[in-house]
Design a protein around this ligand. Structure first.
Ligand code: PLP
Length: 393
C-alpha cells in the first residue's frame, strides 16, 4: 500500500480532529522517515516528547524487556517499575509522593482534584489559572486553560476556574478570594507562544503561597524533564511548588503522566479517592525509568541549557536580518520565534526543506529539538531556517 492509500483509509476511518501531512514509519535519533523514504530532521519531537531522540536503544530495550515480562496488572497490584520510577522522580524533586497517569491532561486532572480535596476541608474550591495558558483537552483542564479558542463549542465550562494575567502578580492577587484553593501555572507557557514566566512573577507566587496557604501548582507537562535547562523548570526559578505535573518527555514516547506532590500533601488523596486503570503501567514506567537514568547519566539538563543558549543566540543574530522576525525567546531548548505573520507559512517552508518544527499560537514558530541533538544537526536546522526565512521574506 502506498502513502495515498493510507491517507485515503485514514479519512474514511479516523475522526477528523487532526490534519496530518506526512506518513511516518521509522525514527532514529533526531531523524524520522516517511513511507516513501523521505528523511526529516525532527525538531518537533512529537510535541516535545522524544527528547532523547527516536528509538533510543536503552529505552527500546527497557520497553521490550518489560513488555515480555509483565505489561499490565492494574493498580490492584504493585509492580516494580512504578516504585523505581517514583523514587527516581522524588530524588530529582523533593520528598513527597507520586501519582501516575497516562497523559498530561490526566496528570493535571489529578492535580485539580488534589487542590479541590485539600481546599474543600476549609470550604474552598476555586483555582486561579493564567490567561493564554494550556492545560489539556478534558473538560476540567479545558476550563483551566486560559486560551478561549480551545473551549469554544464545549460549554458550559466546568466551574471553579478564574483566569489571571500571566506574569502579572498584581492581577493574580486581585483574583484571590476567600474561595481560592490553588494557583496553577505553566513555568513556561508552551502552546500559548513559548513564554517563560519571569523570576519576579514566580517569586511573587511563592510569596502568596507563604502568606495565604493557597496551593501552588505547576504544569510541567511541556517544560519539564530537562527541556528548560534544569530537570524541572521550577528549579530554574528557585521556586518549588506544592505539586507539579509531568507527561510528554517522561516516557520518551510511551504514554505516561505523573503528579508529584510534597510530603505534606501525601494524605490528601487517600485510598479510593482517585485512580487510573492504566496509570503507572509497568511498560511505560520502565521506559520512563530509562529516560530519567539517561537524563542523569548524560547530564541532559546541562546540555539543554548550553545548546539552547547557542540556538537562542544564533536565532537572535539571524532575527536581526529579517523584518519578519519580531522576537526570539525561550528557555533551555524550548524556543519560540515570533513572526509578523502566521507561523505556519515558515513551518511549511521548513518542512519542504525536510525539517520538522511546531507552531505555538498563530504567530510563533516553536522549536523543540531532541535535547541530545548534535551540533551538526542544530546547524542543519539553523541553515534551513535561515533559507526558509529568505523564502518567505
Ligand atoms: C502545558 C501542557 N499541559 C497539558 C497538556 C496536555 O497534555 P496531553 O496532550 O498529554 O493530555 C499539554 C499538551 O500540549 C501541555 O503543553
Amino acid at each position: 500500500m502506498n502513502t495515498e492509500t493510507f491517507f485515503g483509509k485514514a479519512s474514511d476511518t479516523l475522526l477528523p480532529v487532526y490534519s496530518p501531512e506526512l506518513l511516518l514509519v521509522r525514527g532514529n535519533g533526531s531523524w524520522v522517515w516517511t513511507l516513501d523514504g523521505g528523511k526529516y530532521l525532527d525538531f518537533a519531537t512529537g510535541i516535545g516528547v522524544c527528547s532523547l531522540g527516536h528509538s533510543h536503544p536503552k529505552i527500546s530495550e527497557a520497553v521490550a524487556r518489560q513488555a515480555a515480562r509483565l505489561s499490565h496488572v492494574s493498580n490492584l497490584y504493585l509492580t516494580q517499575p512504578q516504585t523505581e520510577l517514583a523514587e527516581l522522580l522524588l530524588k530529582e524533586a523533593f520528598p513527597g509522593r507520586v501519582f501516575f497517569a497516562n497523559s498530561g491532561a490526566e496528570a493535571n486532572e489529578a492535580m485539580i482534584k488534589l487542590a479541590r480535596k485539600h481546599g474543600n476541608t476549609s470550604g474552598k474550591s476555586e483555582i486561579i489559572t493564567m490567561e493564554n495558558s494550556f492545560h489539556g483537552r478534558t473538560l476540567a483542564t479545558l476550563a483551566a486553560t486560559g486560551r478561549k479558542k480551545y473551549r469554544e463549542g464545549f460549554g458550559p465550562d466546568v466551574p471553579g476556574f478564574v483566569h489571571a494575567k500571566f506574569n502579572d502578580i498584581d492581577d493574580v492577587r486581585d483574583k484571590i478570594t476567600d474561595n481560592t484553593c490553588a494557583i496553577l501555572v505553566e513555568p513556561i507557557q508552551g502552546e500559548g507562544g513559548v513564554i517563560p514566566a519571569t523570576k519576579q512573577f514566580m517569586k511573587g507566587l511563592e510569596q502568596i503561597r507563604k502568606e495565604t496557604g493557597i496551593l501552588l501548582l505547576f504544569d510541567e507537562v511541556q517544560c519539564g524533564m530537562c527541556r528548560s535547562g534544569a530537570f524541572f523548570a521550577w528549579q530554574r526559578f528557585g521556586v518549588a511548588p506544592d505539586a507539579f505535573s509531568l507527561a510528554k518527555a517522561l516516557g520518551n514516547g510511551m504514554p505516561i503522566g505523573a503528579m508529584v506532590v510534597k510530603e505534606e500533601l501525601k494524605d490528601v488523596l487517600g485510598v479510593g479517592t482517585h485512580a487510573s486503570t492504566f496509570g503507572g503501567n509497568p511498560v511505560s514506567c520502565a521506559a520512563a525509568t530509562a529516560v530519567v537514568e539517561l537524563m542523569r547519566e548524560e547530564q541532559i539538563a546541562r546540555k539543554a541549557l548550553e545548546t539552547g543558549a547557542f540556538i537562542l543566540d544564533a536565532l537572535r543574530q539571524m532575527g536581526k536580518r529579517f523584518d519578519t522576525v519580531k522576537n526570539v525567546r525561550g528557555m533551555g531548548m524550548m524556543i519560540g520565534v515570533e513572526l509578523d505573520r502566521e507561523a505556519n507559512t515558515l513551518k511549511q517552508a521548513l518542512q519542504k526543506k525536510r525539517v520538522l518544527v511546531l507552531t505555538a499560537g498563530e504567530n510563533v514558530l516553536r522549536l523543540m529539538p531532541p535535547l541530545n541533538a548534535s551540533m551538526d544537526e542544530v546547524e542543519t536546522a539553523l541553515l534551513a531556517l535561515e533559507s526558509a526565512l529568505e523564502e518567505i521574506r
